[in-house]
Design a protein around this ligand. Structure first.
Ligand code: ADP
Ligand code: MG
Length: 252
């Protein structure tokens, strides 16, 4: 049987604030397989960042088990966590976190420097990653010479360049206008088609409806896990989102 890339087994994360205990993640179980495109959705405070930090090996559960590619992350020390994170996870954040004084080719090379890849190989792979996100002609530009959507595409290239097993994106369209957000989501669709495993964290139902599967959180618990089309909480916006896409494609 195929092994899950990500498995949460009764994962909980508790924070103690004086006398009260906040259950930021409360007995969460799910499996995500290689090649899936999953959105973890919920309102502010529902536990999305808590799950993202655990999935991305930035934090460990209070109880329960997190397996990444069959390895128990909860038992790892800080060094092991950063090793597995660098090897397996490509992060994309709302803020692009590009280095302003370096051109975009150099920005995309940075993860490969940490990985000890030779200079010529770094150049070649960074150029290829930028071509894959449609920025092959902009390699010499500084980040501030690009639009917000283009800068986000650079950060996606930077996440991809190390060939991670998992792309983990936290509100990747949060800083973009809706048209540019749609373009960035189209890029995620392409990455999914090319076989990448994507976990997208968002509070935005319309964005989430672009994923294949939705895991919906409320108060640290999973309240829905299934196909995007079956998630009643986002179903209405799903149809309006489709409608908008069809309109802009000139279908309606
Ligand atoms: P989301 O990302 O969906 O907005 P979070 O995972 O950030 O939700 O937070 C879930 C809950 O856990 C919230 O009630 C939040 O206040 C609480 N929480 C998150 N991080 C901490 C922390 N470091 N200390 C105390 N409470 C926290
Ligand atoms: Mg959050």
């Amino acid at each position: 049987m195929m092994e899950a890339l990500i498995e949460f087994r009764n994962v909980s994360k508790y924070y103690t604030m004086g006398d009260t205990v906040v259950k930021a993640a409360d007995d969460i179980s799910f499996k995500i397989y290689k090649g899936e495109f999953v959105a973890i959705v919920g309102q502010s405070g529902s536990g999305k960042s808590t799950c993202m930090n655990i999935i991305g090996c930035l934090d460990v559960p209070t109880s329960g088990v997190y397996l990444l590619n069959g390895r128990n992350v909860g038992e790892m020390n800080k060094n092991e966590l950063s090793e597995i994170r660098n090897a397996m996870v490509g992060f994309i954040f709302q803020q692009y976190n590009l280095l302003p004084r370096f051109n975009i080719l150099e920005n995309v090379e940075i993860p490969l420097m940490y990985a000890g890849v030779s200079k010529s190989e770094r150049r070649r792979r960074a150029r290829e990653a930028l071509e894959n996100v449609g920025l092959g002609s902009k390699t010499k530009n500084l980040p501030n010479q690009l639009s917000g959507g283009q800068q986000q595409r650079v950060s996606i290239a930077r996440a991809l360049v190390g060939k991670p097993s998992l792309i983990l994106a936290d509100e990747p369209t949060g800083a973009l206008d809706s048209k540019t957000g749609v373009e960035v989501m189209a890029l995620f669709q392409n990455l999914h088609k090319a076989g990448h495993t994507i976990v997208l964290i968002t509070h935005n139902n319309e964005i989430a409806a672009d994923a294949q599967r939705i895991i919906r959180l409320e108060d640290g618990r999973v309240v829905y896990d299934g196909p995007a089309s079956g998630d009643t909480a986002s179903h209405n916006v799903f149809s309006s989102g489709r409608r908008k896409a069809d309109e802009s494609a000139g279908i309606l």
